[in-house]
Design a protein around this ligand. Structure first.
Ligand code: NJP
Length: 245
């Protein structure tokens, strides 16, 4: 495709699968995670398969890290076409009355501020290019409470709200901002949810889990669609409050 893509949280799970599929479609991919060691093997495997991949350390809860990752991509290819704001976490899972305020805030730092940091760092570059696609990983948990998940549910609702704000401000400028809520995906995140034991998952058959590879494929497919292809998730976008030019 000749495009440049930055994927946060690409050391495993949905992010790693997305990086593989974007690279297979011809994009140069920049994979990020908190440590270089965690993300390097994924980038190396993509390169071994004939793709163009770079590994970067980037903690999305720190704006300077995210800005540096965007600058690193620009230094190599001179552009940024795709940003996948995928990094996220749910631990620790805990009912509100016993939750640790610092741990609760950490989930907000990564899941909410991390997405904002991606938008803030990539937005000016894409606005200058007048083209770009940003996909933010939200969750079905955005619209329904799950016991012990208050931090995660609140953070993913915020991701949808941020997605709407960015889409409202930037769609006319040629930038698509999409929110994706994939459902239950068989990754390390699901393993840690089950290990917490707080929710009863006994009624959920293992086949109900999506393969992260399918989700990565779907994300890469969305990124390959023409710039005016748009996937909305909320009819409230029909009547956006738009600042008069
Ligand atoms: O998660 P997992 P998934 N800065 O745990 C990274 C959403 N989602 O693939 O630094 C930067 O396998 C971490 O890297 P490392 C979900 O909420 C999931 O399941 O090496 N990166 C790793 O690469 C999340 O937003 C399901 O630990 C940070 C990655 O994030 C996204 O999909 C359902 C970081 C997490 O890999 C990916 O989830 C759904 C930080 N501070 C939405 N902290 C599902 N799995 O069922 C963590 O609807 N990472």
């Amino acid at each position: 495709s000749g495009k440049t893509a930055l994927i946060t949280g690409a050391s495993r799970g949905i992010g790693a699968a997305t990086a593989r599929h974007l690279a297979a479609s011809g994009a140069t991919v920049f994979l990020t995670a908190r440590t270089q060691e965690a993300v390097e093997p994924v980038a190396e495997a993509i390169t071994a398969d004939g793709g163009r991949a770079h590994a970067l350390a980037c903690d999305v809860s720190r704006f300077a890290d995210v800005e540096a990752a965007v600058r690193a991509a620009l230094a190599v290819t001179g552009r940024l076409d795709i940003l996948i704001n995928n990094a996220g976490l749910i631990e620790p899972i805990s009912r509100l009355e016993t939750s640790d305020p610092d741990a609760w805030a950490k989930v907000a730092d990564v899941n909410i501020k991390g997405v904002y940091h991606g938008l803030r760092a990539a937005g000016p570059v894409m606005l200058e290019q007048k083209t770009g696609t940003i996909i933010n990983l939200s969750s079905g948990a955005a619209s329904r409470p799950i016991e012990g998940w208050s931090h995660y549910c609140a953070s993913k609702a915020a991701v949808l709200s941020l997605t709407r704000s960015a889409d409202l401000e930037w769609r006319r400028e040629g930038i698509r901002v999409l929110g994706l809520s994939p459902g239950t995906v068989a990754t390390g995140m699901q393993a840690s949810i089950r290990a917490s034991g707080i929710n009863d998952y006994s009624r959920l058959a293992p086949t109900a889990h999506l393969d992260p590879d399918w989700v990565g494929q779907a994300i890469a497919w969305l990124c390959g669609k023409a710039g005016d292809a748009y996937l909305g998730e909320d009819c409230s976008l029909k009547d956006p409050v738009v600042r008069k030019a």
